[in-house]
Design a protein around this ligand. Structure first.
Ligand SMILES: Cc1cc2nc3c(=O)[nH]c(=O)nc-3n(C[C@H](O)[C@H](O)[C@H](O)COP(=O)(O)O)c2cc1C
Ligand SMILES: C=C(O[C@@H]1CC(C(=O)O)=C[C@@H](OP(=O)(O)O)[C@H]1O)C(=O)O
Length: 381
């Protein structure tokens, strides 16, 4: 598969085209809209989320709720466009009014202007904005529709915000815990700690500051054999890392034990191999996070990402005006204070896309029936 998404944060809409998705997969549009709604939630979001009500409008590639194998086009409307058309209309608009000439440290403003030769960061931030992640979530949700047929399920939750970390020890088998986390304001399994996380966000907001954090995605029931050890660009861990790292504000990606493995002895890290007539090969631990040698090993795939704090600060950092090269306070745009919960949903979508793509490759699927047959042959016989 491949997908392309387009659209500016204050433009008319977002468009995504997903090509190579197999035919005959039943799509429940409500599942897609539910993930879109989850992405909009999360304590610490700004005023924009009060304007938008993201809904996926499918324009092609699906007929009577079944995919046809043709490219799937999705549109998500930007409700804020009515307030921006005079500054964003593709053919004729006022480009003098919404100029951003003092780049925000940490955003794409300065490198974007330098690279594209602009003295106004408006065209840069319009596309760099994480508004675009709404489409990535719609695409990922579509991929989850395929993964669900093979009982592969993904869960996202937040484990740390601004240095406040969940205290709870949890098992990846406790699915109820992760499902319940979706009902909380920060997608957190530890309600007590969640209050402390909210306090950190409040403190940042009052100070005109921002906070980041860490989110985790757990993928259950992933069959062995996705990805490959043979080429660098087919390694599942590499593909996941790229997809997750490309999310706005992600600065670190871990799989399984991640960075902690670098501090331990091999005997404390590697998951010993056992065999049982019923279960086949199995492990008692999953420090590898479900991937060895770039190939899924049949255990849960566990990914964590570190999100840096939001770059727009209401109490701005120092910057330099692109017009007169004088030191000034960075520009302030309407902004979130913390986007880690939303980021966890985007992360889940990014991983869903990679897993669906690898599954299609593995089960050589132009249509779902072929994939199901191949799945049975490989995993059930
Ligand atoms: C869901 C989400 C919402 C975000 N909201 C904002 C925001 O309101 N203001 C802001 O300055 N950055 C926001 N960001 C982060 C910027 O988009 C991001 O820092 C910027 O595009 C630069 O990319 P980089 O952080 O990957 O270097 C958000 C990120 C995510 C994932
Ligand atoms: C629009 C979304 O997030 C936006 C991401 C974003 C940024 O700079 O990344 C800046 C803000 O944009 P605005 O100035 O329009 O409020 C966020 O609201 C969204 O997540 O759907």
């Amino acid at each position: 598969m491949r997908f392309l998404d387009a659209g500016e944060t204050h433009g008319k809409c977002l468009i995504g085209i997903l090509e190579g998705f197999p035919a005959n997969v039943k799509i429940n549009i409500e599942n897609i809209n539910r993930l879109l709604e989850l992405r909009q939630r999360g304590y610490g979001r700004g005023k924009r989320m009060e304007i938008e009500k993201d809904r996926a409008i499918i324009l092609s590639g699906v007929r009577n709720s079944y995919t046809t194998g043709a490219p799937i086009t999705i549109m998500i409307e930007n409700k804020d466009y009515v307030n921006w058309q005079q500054y964003m209309d593709p053919i004729s608009c006022d480009t003098e009014v919404k100029k951003v000439t003092i780049p925000r440290p940490g955003h794409a403003d300065l490198p974007g202007c330098l690279k594209y030769g602009f003295d106004d960061a408006r065209p840069v931030l319009e596309r760099a904005s994480a508004r675009e992640t709404a489409m990535r979530v719609a695409i990922g949700a579509l991929c989850e529709e395929l993964l669900r047929v093979f009982e592969i399920k993904l869960y996202n939750h937040v484990i740390e915000i601004g240095g406040v970390r969940i205290r709870k020890e949890y098992s990846f088998d406790d699915i109820g815990l992760f499902e319940k986390a979706q009902d909380s304001e920060l997608f957190c399994i530890d309600r007590e700690v969640e209050n402390d996380m909210k306090k950190v966000i409040e403190t940042a907001k009052k100070a005109g500051d921002s906070v980041g954090g860490v989110a985790e995605v757990i993928c259950k029931n992933v069959p062995f054999g996705l990805g490959s050890h043979v080429h660098w660009d087919r390694k599942l861990d590499g593909l996941i890392a790229q997809a997750v790292m490309s999310i706005q504000s992600v600065k670190g990606v871990e799989i399984g034990m991640g960075f902690e493995a670098a501090r331990r002895f091999g005997s404390e890290v590697h998951d010993e191999i056992f065999f049982d007539e019923q279960k086949g090969f199995y492990r008692k631990t999953n420090n590898a996070g479900g991937i060895e040698g770039g190939i899924s090993n049949g255990m849960d795939i566990v990914i964590r990402a570190a999100f840096k704090p939001i770059p727009t600060l209401y109490k701005p950092l120092r910057s330099v005006d692109l017009q007169d090269l004088k030191e000034k306070e960075a520009a302030v745009e309407r902004s979130d204070t913390c986007a880690v919960p939303a980021g966890s949903v985007v992360m889940r979508a990014a991983v869903a896309y990679v897993l669906a793509n690898s599954l299609i490759e593995r089960l050589s699927g132009d249509s779902l029936d072929v994939m199901v047959d191949n799945y049975k042959r490989l995993y059930k016989e």
